[in-house]
Design a protein around this ligand. Structure first.
Ligand code: AMP
Length: 120
């Protein structure tokens, strides 16, 4: 899939629309989800133009991958989630109902997060 430069997270990265930033480094930005589904609901995104986790896993540099994984743990710690626990979720493609075509990992914490998936 070709990267769509008009997606909302690309616009946040370009500073065209604001975000509630919680973490930033050379390769990664993390900010609060605009429609939080838990007391802590942070989106962690690479600054590079990757559509999905699959795209990132194939094309990102080792430096980008290391920074991304480290940032996930850093955000969990800085949000005070270590003791209670936390969950990562990355929707990849249509069946996962990925809405924004720029890789983002949801980090949830702050309450019992319930079962892993609904059984429909
Ligand atoms: P997904 O379904 O995994 O693609 O999730 C997309 C997420 O992006 C949703 O949880 C939205 O609430 C969130 N979102 C959309 N626009 C914004 C925005 N401008 N700032 C923060 N979060 C956003």
């Amino acid at each position: 899939m070709t990267y769509d430069r008009s997606n909302v997270f690309a616009r946040i990265l370009r500073g065209e629309i604001p975000c509630d930033k919680v973490y930033e480094d050379e390769h990664v930005l993390a900010f609060r989800d605009i429609r939080p589904q838990a007391p802590t609901h942070v989106l962690v995104i690479p600054k590079g133009s990757y559509v999905s986790f699959e795209d990132f896993s194939e094309k990102a540099s080792e430096a980008e991958i290391i920074a991304f994984v480290r940032a996930l743990g850093q955000v969990a710690r800085s949000e005070g989630a270590s003791e209670g626990g936390w969950r990562l979720l990355a929707n990849n493609g249509a069946d996962a109902r990925q809405e924004v075509p720029h890789l983002h990992v949801h980090l949830f914490a702050g309450r019992d997060l319930g079962p892993m998936l609904s059984r429909l």
